[in-house]
Design a protein around this ligand. Structure first.
Ligand SMILES: [Fe+2]
Length: 343
């Protein structure tokens, strides 16, 4: 690909459309990426829409973030400016890009895997435990994960999402209207696009988190910043190498909702594969209020984050793994913190 010339001049691109497309594919993510892609798009404007679309798809599929976002921003900008200042071709591009963006949003969702029933954890706070499957070093890992649903004024906020069956979605819809999806941790979020699209939900996430479908969040989470539930206070593990947040709900003496930083598997539930259950038990991952070695190895958190966390008033916890932990969450997390960080 590196032998393909970098075509930055729209006139050159128009003269050799095919080469301009190849140039955009080869150099679209490079330092002159936006100029190269713009030149190619001008050239596409000379083609009929069907051919322009095919070529556009080729260019778009080769682009990565932040180029995709830059291109979307460029198109949005053109739509609000005086069209006459742009080549006539831009009009075609403007029709193509939003359509393509829409199509890309129809990427394949993560499938529905077995899960349990939606249960009440606390008044207005629900949870469901379901299966998760990942690959690690070529080995299939099957464990469980927990979604939290918070209801406020009939609006539902989902944290650590788990895709549910159609039947269970009807139960969820019976609780209220799904309005928000909150992505807390870097290693979760595979089911966020499903809920976002199905319910037109607002996605809240930390800046810098990568999303499986490439779309950024609608709202950014920040320490002490805005949160869709009035009583929610956002906490950020600022030292973690991969983004990780938690939320304190000022309900019931304080309910801390975590993702991977604090997990609460106290037994091997039915969603684990037998092999993984055994492996996780051996690795010390099945214990209350655990700050798991797996997450620590990946994220290298500092004890300061846990000290700040423990300064918050909470007594209960629901993490992305395991059952809700009642009453003892603060005391147990204090003990785990002392244990883990004094070693
Ligand atoms: Fe996890």
């Amino acid at each position: 690909m590196t032998s393909v010339p970098e075509i930055t001049d729209p006139a050159d691109a128009e003269a050799e459309t095919e080469l301009a497309v190849l140039s955009a594919v080869a150099h679209g993510n490079g330092p002159n990426g936006l100029t190269v892609v713009q030149a190619a798009l001008v050239a596409l404007g000379r083609l009929d829409q069907e051919h322009a679309m095919v070529h556009f798809q080729l260019i778009w599929s080769g682009l990565r973030e932040p180029m995709r976002r830059a291109l979307e921003a460029l198109v949005m900008e053109r739509q609000t400016e005086d069209e006459a200042t742009f080549p006539q071709a831009a009009a075609t591009v403007e029709r193509i890009v939003p359509k393509r963006v829409e199509e890309l949003q129809m990427f394949e969702y993560s499938p529905v895997w077995p899960h349990g029933r939606l249960r009440i954890a606390f008044p207005e706070i629900f949870f469901v435990i379901g299966t998760n499957k990942t690959q690690h070093d070529g080995v299939e890992i099957q464990t469980s994960r927990t979604m939290v649903v918070v209801r406020e004024d009939g609006a539902l906020t989902l944290l650590n999402t788990v895709r549910l069956t159609e039947e269970a979605l009807r139960d969820l819809e019976g609780l209220g209207e799904v309005r928000n999806v909150v992505r807390l941790g870097a290693f979760h979020g595979r089911d966020d696009p499903f809920y976002r699209d199905r319910y037109g939900a607002t996605l809240w996430a930390l800046p810098g988190a990568e999303h499986v479908d490439g779309r950024g969040p609608d709202r950014e989470l920040a320490s002490g910043g805005a949160f869709p539930v009035r009583t929610g206070e956002v906490f950020v593990f600022s030292s973690a190498r991969f983004s990780e947040a938690a939320v304190l709900l000022h309900h019931e003496g304080g309910i801390l909702i975590t993702c991977d930083a604090v997990q609460n598997w106290t037994h091997i539930d039915e969603f684990f594969s037998p092999q993984c259950g055994e492996l996780f038990a051996e690795q010390g991952l099945i214990r209350a209020a655990n700050i798991p070695s797996t997450w620590r190895l990946a994220c290298h958190p500092s004890v300061d984050d846990f000290r700040r966390l423990l300064a918050l008033p909470f007594r209960h916890l629901i993490g992305a793994h395991g059952e809700p932990l009642r009453d003892e969450a603060h005391a147990l997390l204090q003990a785990r913190t002392d244990e883990v960080f004094s070693a």
